[in-house]
Design a protein around this ligand. Sequence first.
Ligand SMILES: Nc1ncnc2c1ncn2[C@@H]1O[C@H](COP(=O)(O)OP(=O)(O)OP(=O)(O)O)[C@@H](O)[C@H]1O
Ligand SMILES: [Mg+2]
Length: 210
Amino acid sequence: MAFVVAVAQRKGGAGKSTLAANLAAAFAGQGERVALLDTDPQKTLGHWHAARGRSPRASVLDFEAPSGWRVPGAADRYRRSHDVILLDTPPHDDTDARIAIRAADLVLVPLQPSAADLWAMGATLDLAKAEKKRVALALNRVPAQGRVAQEVAEALRAQGLTLLDASLGNRTGYATAFASGLGVTEAAPRSVAADEVRALAAAVRGLARR
Ligand SMILES: Nc1ncnc2c1ncn2[C@@H]1O[C@H](COP(=O)(O)OP(=O)(O)OP(=O)(O)O)[C@@H](O)[C@H]1O
Ligand SMILES: [Mg+2]
């Protein structure tokens, strides 16, 4: 049975699509059968996937962009045949985010170490709680310098929240790979970014077994 992960965070630009695409590519590169579902009307991952079709470095994964009420059915179709299903979700729209969260085993919440992301996150955590879903937070765009990420991490853990040990730094490699329809593990497998994504994938995988 597939482990179903909804990547959700009400704040726009927190890194939902970046995490969903990079995790999908990383899992697929490790031989896992991956389905990536873009439930965001912005169709960010639809564009990513279209660019991906032209790259010889891209691992095989299944992609669909179901809207609204079609999301649970799409997830169900892959549940038996696949190892991981990743759902990218829209910002702001709690109705669509709720549908995706309801279909998931885990809600993965990316957040940049900023007050805006922390404030917006509360609404997503409330949705997950209402749907009785497990939540894991992952810091994204962590700056190379300074203590802000460490302070945010300590504050989150003090609230009893599950924060993954793996985080993604603020690196141009994420945007460059994304523009080519690739994950960083495919575009630059020896990069620090690729190491970060592999660690994040391992942390998410670890949660599947609990
Ligand atoms: N770790 C990172 N390092 C550098 N740039 C990043 C990183 N993560 C995301 N970005 C950039 O930040 C922008 C927003 O990221 P992304 O599209 O993944 O966020 P999102 O949460 O999906 O946004 P939306 O809410 O609009 O769907 C993109 O331009 C992306 O390339
Ligand atoms: Mg997005």
